[in-house]
Ligand binder design. Structure first.
Ligand code: TNX
Length: 548
């Protein structure tokens, strides 16, 4: 068992105890506990010199850092995590931070929802931050006495704790713990995102990814202030989300042999999906479900013959071809099916968005595509969600609340520019920059290369607001890094393609355009490697990066 979990159980009681009787005596009891925990075996030797971390050694790059060399804080056995009294959001973030830091440091780090303490502390405070931090930003102050993170929301506090994690030494194995001093460089950070939407995408249709794999990815994403996870749930090969009114979608479309090249079965039950959404929400990540239509629908159409214009079910397909399937546009049954699916998916989705795909509908005529979208987009609104779709959806001049996800490789797109001018918002996922399933270079074992090779510098080297003519800063909702899974099966595969490019896209989504700087980024990226090794992230050791 890891020592962190023993402590967690132990001081759960203590925290409640202190909450009830908020007195100094109790705090001193905790201090004593901290000491008793650390004294046995604690060596008197100084820690070996580690490369000095700076306040700005963080990904994504913070908006403003003001180092103060006199302010170094050392986290120790007596440190407590203090949260704003009465704030459930701060308390939750405090508990999460405690869990992370306990397993790294071995210190008890009790979480105390009190106004002040005489002990060294990491304080999570609601309110009082710099006026610029908004709903997701934070202000982080480090002095000799402690660390204070101030924010207006739980999301802001959580973002601040992710920064704090990176400012501490990489977490280490229990056996090495005592050689490390847990210092945080002094000064102030004021930080907030450039864009509201900072996304990643997993494709569960081509190869299913389990709840454990998805939540493991969520953990990694949340460290880089990603706040949306788009799940591509259905495609020609497989159907990966339970729909009660059409039960064979998953019974057949999630069955054995439905992955590319006949790989394994799998789908999310509604309970699984809710669990994933709740796990993500606890890390301030919102799930965006995608049901791809009117193309990419062979899994549904090979299962239900009545979804085909000729009433004949095509054979199941597990090859990688695209663009051959289409729902039957003139058949009322199609819209009953689509409405059932949208209603059931909307019902289990806490977030605002429902993605209806709309890409590569090459087997649907333009006129049929318009007819289909004009009927389906209102259904998303009917069930209380905001529709998003791949950029093709902009061909039908949808209402301005519909979000376009740009996946092209070029720098012009007339439909998208016109939509932006009308007021539609755009999520930028240029395939030749942000597609995490593209190979790094000719030697990459996994991935595809239709949009070109994408090395780390390519993934980092663009500006979302200067990518497509006529689609400027005001039109950009944010960025997303999709990871299509034709060639990916395991979590290791996911990690290898996402790291180190995912942090590059995360930085483009969060950090200011003015902070964009390859030399700085590659240095900060290289410094992440010890963390990834400890977390067993199977990253690609790009030769472009000076890995620590
Ligand atoms: C294009 S991008 C697709 C997907 C493939 C992907 C592979 C997009 C909207 N459609 O169907 O999986 O390329 O890179």
């Amino acid at each position: 068992m890891r020592i962190g979990s023993i402590i967690t159980d132990h001081d759960e009681g203590l925290e409640v105890f202190v909450r009830r009787r908020n007195t100094m005596t109790r705090l001193l009891a905790i201090a004593a506990l901290g000491l008793s925990f650390v004294l046995p075996g604690a060596p008197a030797v100084a820690a070996p010199a580690a490369p000095a971390r700076q306040l700005s050694d963080v990904i994504p790059a913070p908006v403003e850092t003001r180092p103060d060399a006199r302010g170094t804080f050392t986290l120790g056995p007596l440190t407590v995590i203090r949260t704003s009294p009465g704030s459930a959001a701060a308390w939750r973030v405090g508990r999460q931070l405690a869990q992370t830091l306990r397993s790294a440091t071995g210190y008890p780090l009790p979480v105390l929802p009190v106004r002040s303490t005489p002990l060294p502390e990491i304080a999570l405070v609601v309110g009082g931050a710099d006026g610029r931090v908004g709903q997701e930003g934070y202000q982080l102050d480090v002095t000799r006495r402690g660390v204070t993170i101030r924010a207006n929301t739980g999301a802001g506090l959580f973002a601040g704790t992710q920064t704090l994690r990176q400012l501490l030494p990489a977490q280490i194995e229990a056996s090495d713990r005592q050689r490390v001093t847990w210092t945080v460089p002094g000064g102030r950070i004021v930080d907030y995102p450039r864009f509201a939407y900072r996304g990643a995408m997993l494709d569960l249709a081509r190869h299913f990814h389990t709840v454990d794999e998805i939540t493991a990815y969520v953990d990694l994403l949340s460290q880089y202030k990603i706040n949306y996870l788009h799940l591509h749930l259905t495609d020609d090969q497989g159907w990966r989300i339970q729909i009660d009114s059409w039960p064979r979608l998953t019974a057949v479309g999630g069955g054995p042999g439905t992955g590319v090249d006949g790989a394994g079965p799998g789908f999310l039950t509604k309970a699984d999906y809710r669990a994933v959404a709740a796990y993500a929400a606890a890390r301030h990540i919102t799930i965006v479900p995608e049901i791809d239509m009117p193309g990419h629908t062979n899994a549904a159409q090979s299962t239900y013959a009545e979804l085909n214009c000729d009433g004949v079910a095509p054979p199941p397909r597990t090859d990688m071809a695209v663009g051959y399937s289409s729902l039957c546009i003139d058949d009322e049954l199609t819209y009953r099916f689509v409405e059932d699916v949208i209603r059931e998916v909307a019902e289990i989705t806490p977030g605002p968005f429902l993605h209806i795909g709309g890409d590569e509908a090459l087997a649907t005529t333009d006129e049929d595509y318009r007819t289909f979208m004009e009927r389906v987009l209102p259904l998303v609104a009917k069930y209380g969600k905001r529709a998003s779709g791949w950029n093709e959806v902009m061909q039908v001049d949808p209402p301005t609340d519909v979000v376009a996800q740009f996946w092209g490789t070029g720098t012009t797109n007339a439909d998208l520019a016109e939509a932006a001018a009308r007021g539609n918002k755009v999520v930028m996922s240029p395939a030749n920059k942000s597609y995490l399933d593209m190979k790094y270079d000719a030697n990459t074992r996994l991935g595809l290369r239709w949009a070109g090779y994408i090395e780390v510098r390519d993934a980092y080297g663009w500006d979302p607001a200067h990518r497509v003519t006529g689609v400027g800063e005001d039109a950009i909702l944010g960025v997303e890094a999709p990871l299509w899974s034709e060639t990916l099966r395991t979590l290791d595969d996911i990690e290898y393609m996402a790291f180190p490019r995912l942090p590059a896209i995360a930085e483009l989504g969060w950090s200011t355009a003015a902070s964009h700087d390859w030399e700085s980024f590659r240095t900060r990226l290289g410094a992440q490697a010890p963390r990834w090794r400890l977390q067993e992230v199977d990253f690609y050791p790009s030769p472009q990066v000076p890995w620590s």
